[in-house]
Design a protein around this ligand. Structure first.
Ligand code: GCB
Length: 650
C-alpha cells in the first residue's frame, strides 16, 4: 500500500549569495525579509537545499517519489549527485521518481532559482516572487501497481459530475500505472456509500444534493482502490460536488439555476516574514476572514494557490476563479511555460467544485508586446482549458488602460476588467461611464470587475479624504461608491475587491511603509480590519453589523467632524457624551449612516442599533496630527507608472 510521509523537517539551506548555511524546516523562503522591505532589491538567484534521507522501505518492484507542492520558481533535484528531475513554475506541484538513484544513505539536493529570466512566469508584477521550497515536500512509496504519479503532478483521479434534472451523473476515472483492478465507490456527505462503479463508468445519483455555494456547500467523495492479486495496492480519494453555473450578459451569475451575484475578493497569500511559506493555520485564518466578510467568491490571484486553500473553498462554498501568473508582460519565450502552468493548474485542481473559472491572464496588455504572439498564446491557452476541462468557463483580467476592443479580452468565455477609476485615475463616476460604453459595444459579453481598490492605511487619516492620500477614510469612501455602482449594475457576473489582504510588493514605497501594497481590507498581519472591511460586512454578511468608523482617527481639528456608521440592523442612533445627537436616514443601500457632529474637547461617541453598540473617542485638537499624513505619498514606481499609463490611454 502507498505511504505518504511529510519530510519538511531538518533540511540544510545554503544561500546563493553569501554562502551562509542554515539548518531549517520547510516551508521556507529566503526572501522573508528582503522581499518585504521595499527597494525592489531582494535576492533573486539560486539557493540550495539539502536533505539526508535513509533508504525508505518499499516493496520490490515499487517506486519512491519526492513530491514538491510548491518551489519558487525553478528547481533541479539531485539524488546522490545524479539529476532526478526539474521543474519550471513556482506555484504548482511536481514529483520526481527517485527510485533508480537510491542507496542506503541518500543526499537530496534541490537547486532553487528565482532569478530574472524571460522564460518562466511571472517576471514582472506588483508582488514579491519569494524564492524557496515554500510548500510541503512528501516522500511517497508505492507498490509495483499504483495510481500514476507521473502526470503533471496531477491527482490520479478525475471526477466529472454533471446535473441532469434532479439527478447527478458522475463519471470517475482513476489512472493506474501497472496491473490491477480498479474499484470505485462514491460516498455522500454523511459517509454512506451511494454508488459503486468500475473505472471510467458513470453512476447516477438520484435526487442529488447540490453543492450550493456558501448557503450549502455539500460535498460527495469518490474513493478509487487498486487491487492486485486480491490485495489492495493503492487508494486515492477526492471530494467533489454537483452544481451548474452560467454567466448571463444581462443578469449576471447563476448557480444551480438561481441568480447568485458573485461578490467577493481577490486573495494574495503572503504574510510578514513568512512570505509564501505558510501552514494550514494561515490558510484557515484567511478563509475565516473572507467568510466573515460575507463574500461568496474569491479570485485566487495571481497564481496557483496551495491545494489546501481550494479544499477550504470547497468546504466553505466559495466560488473560485483560479489562474496562472501570465501577467503584466507577454514574453515570447514564455509560451511553453504559460501552457505548462495552465496544464498543471487544471490537472492538479480539477476536482474542486469551488473552481468555476480558469483565468488566462492578468493585465497582459499593460506593456507593449508582440501582439500577434500574445493573441495566439491566449487562443492556445483557451483551447487547452476547454480540451482539458469542458465544464468550466475561461476568463481574463484586463487592463483598464487598454481599449475595450482589445482582442485578448474577448477570447475567454467571459471577461473581467481591473477597474481603478477613482484610484489610479480621478473620477469614481468613470466606472459607470466605462461600463456603459462596454455594454453598448458588447451587449452579449458577460463582463465582471476582476479588481478594484484603493490604498488605505489604518494609521493614516483625513477629514477630507482624497485620492492618493492613502487614508483609511478615502479607501472606505471609494468602496462605498463601488458597492452602489454594483447595485446599479446587476449585469456584472462577478466583482472582486483588490485585495482582501495587504501584501508585499518590494517595488513599492508609499504611505511611509515601503514594500507594501495597502489595498487590503485587512492588514498584512491579518490583525487589523480596516473600516472598509465593515462596509462589506454590512452589505454582504448575514451577521448583524454595527460599526462606527474612524476609531483610529482620534485627533480631530475644526468645529465639526463627520461620523460614519456601517450597519445592517436598522435605524442607528448616534450619541456624543451621553446625548443623542443624530439618528440619520440610511444612505447607500441602507447600510451607511452619516452625520455631522459639533466637536467638543473630548467626544465619547456611542452608536446604537438593533441591540448593538459601538464606541469611539475623538479629541478636538488645534493642529492636524502629523502622524496621520503620509510623507512619501505615492512616490513609488509601480503606482506612479501605472497611473501614468492609465491616464495616457484615456
Ligand atoms: C493590478 C494588478 C495587481 C496590482 C494592482 C494594484 O491591476 O493586477 O497585481 O497589485 O493592480 O494595486 O496596482
Amino acid at each position: 500500500m502507498k505511504t505518504v510521509s511529510n519530510i519538511n523537517r531538518d533540511w540544510e539551506f545554503v544561500h546563493g549569495e553569501n554562502g551562509k548555511k542554515q539548518r531549517i524546516d520547510l516551508p521556507h523562503t529566503w526572501n522573508g525579509e528582503d522581499g518585504q522591505d521595499g527597494g525592489n532589491d531582494y535576492f533573486r538567484g539560486t539557493c540550495t537545499y539539502f536533505k539526508r534521507l535513509k533508504r525508505p522501505s518499499f516493496p520490490e518492484g515499487g517506486a519512491v517519489y519526492l513530491e514538491f507542492k510548491g518551489v519558487n520558481a525553478s528547481a533541479v533535484v539531485y539524488v546522490n549527485g545524479e539529476r532526478a528531475g526539474s521543474h519550471d513554475g513556482g506555484y504548482s506541484a511536481f514529483r520526481c521518481n527517485i527510485t533508480p538513484f537510491l542507496k542506503d544513505e541518500n543526499l537530496i539536493k534541490v537547486e532553487v532559482d528565482n532569478s530574472i529570466n524571460d522564460r518562466v512566469y511571472p517576471q514582472e508584477a506588483d508582488f514579491t516572487f519569494y524564492g524557496g521550497i515554500y510548500r510541503d515536500v512528501n516522500l511517497i512509496c508505492v507498490d509495483k501497481s499504483h495510481f500514476d504519479l507521473e502526470y503533471y503532478g496531477a491527482s490520479p483521479i478525475k471526477i466529472d459530475p454533471l446535473v441532469e434534472g434532479k439527478d447527478g451523473r458522475v463519471t470517475v476515472t482513476a489512472y493506474p500505472a501497472g496491473e490491477g483492478e480498479v474499484k470505485i465507490q462514491i460516498f455522500d456527505g454523511e459517509g454512506n456509500c451511494v454508488a459503486e462503479l468500475e473505472n471510467g463508468e458513470t453512476a447516477v445519483i438520484k435526487n442529488v444534493h447540490l453543492w450550493n455555494g456558501v448557503q450549502d456547500p455539500y460535498l460527495y467523495r469518490a474513493v478509487a482502490s487498486l487491487y492486485c492479486e486480491g490485495e489492495k495496492a493503492d487508494e486515492i480519494c477526492a471530494a467533489f460536488g454537483f452544481r451548474t453555473f452560467r454567466a448571463d450578459p444581462e443578469k449576471g451569475f447563476f448557480l444551480n439555476g438561481e441568480s447568485y451575484p458573485l461578490r467577493g475578493v481577490c486573495r494574495h497569500q503572503d504574510r510578514p516574514q513568512l512570505g509564501n511559506a505558510l501552514t494550514k493555520a494561515e490558510h484557515e485564518e484567511d478563509t475565516r476572514l473572507i467568510l466573515e466578510l460575507g463574500a461568496n467568491t474569491v479570485r485566487l490571484a495571481h497564481y496557483q494557490h496551495d491545494d489546501y486553500f481550494y479544499e477550504l473553498c470547497d468546504r466553505a462554498g466559495l466560488v473560485v476563479w483560479a489562474e496562472i501568473p501570465y501577467i503584466s508582460r507577454h514574453m515570447k519565450g514564455g509560451n511553453e511555460n504559460a501552457e505548462s502552468q495552465m496544464r498543471e493548474l487544471i490537472l492538479q485542481q480539477y476536482n474542486h467544485p469551488s473552481i468555476c473559472f480558469w483565468g488566462l491572464s492578468n493585465e497582459i496588455t499593460m506593456k507593449k508586446g508582440d501582439k500577434e504572439d500574445m493573441l495566439q498564446t491566449h487562443r492556445r491557452l483557451n483551447e487547452l482549458c476547454h480540451t482539458l476541462d469542458p465544464h468550466r468557463l475561461t476568463t481574463t483580467a484586463n487592463y483598464m488602460g487598454s481599449s475595450v476592443d482589445i482582442p485578448t479580452a474577448h477570447i475567454g468565455d467571459v471577461e473581467s476588467w481591473n477597474l481603478y477609476f477613482g484610484w489610479y485615475c480621478p473620477g469614481l463616476s468613470l466606472n459607470d461611464a466605462w461600463l456603459k460604453k462596454f455594454k453598448k459595444k458588447y451587449p452579449d459579453r458577460a463582463v465582471g470587475i476582476s479588481e478594484y481598490g484603493a490604498e488605505g492605511m489604518p494609521n493614516l487619516h483625513a477629514a477630507r479624504p482624497q485620492r492618493f492620500d492613502n487614508s483609511e477614510e478615502y479607501q472606505a469612501l471609494y468602496h462605498e461608491y463601488m458597492l452602489e455602482f454594483f447595485a446599479r449594475n446587476p449585469c456584472l457576473w462577478a466583482t472582486h475587491v483588490w485585495n482582501m489582504f495587504d501584501f508585499a510588493a518590494d517595488a513599492r514605497n508609499q504611505g511611509g511603509e515601503p514594500g507594501r501594497n495597502h489595498k487590503g481590507l485587512v492588514t498584512f498581519d491579518r490583525k487589523t480590519k480596516k473600516d472598509a472591511f465593515y462596509l462589506y460586512k454590512a452589505y454582504w454578511s448575514k451577521e448583524k453589523v454595527l460599526h462606527l468608523c474612524g476609531k483610529r482617527f482620534i485627533n480631530r481639528t475644526g468645529r465639526t467632524a463627520f461620523v460614519t456608521v456601517y450597519s445592517n440592523v436598522g435605524q442607528v442612533e448616534i450619541y456624543n457624551n451621553g446625548r443623542l445627537v443624530a439618528s440619520p436616514a440610511p444612505e447607500k443601500g441602507g447600510k451607511v449612516y452619516k452625520c455631522k457632529l459639533n466637536l467638543e474637547e473630548k467626544n465619547e461617541i456611542v452608536v446604537k442599533a438593533g441591540g448593538l453598540q459601538d464606541t469611539a473617542v475623538f479629541y478636538k485638537v488645534k493642529r492636524k496630527d502629523p502622524s496621520y499624513r503620509t510623507n512619501t505619498g505615492n512616490s513609488m514606481s509601480w503606482e506612479k507608472r501605472k497611473a501614468k499609463k492609465s491616464g495616457k490611454k484615456k
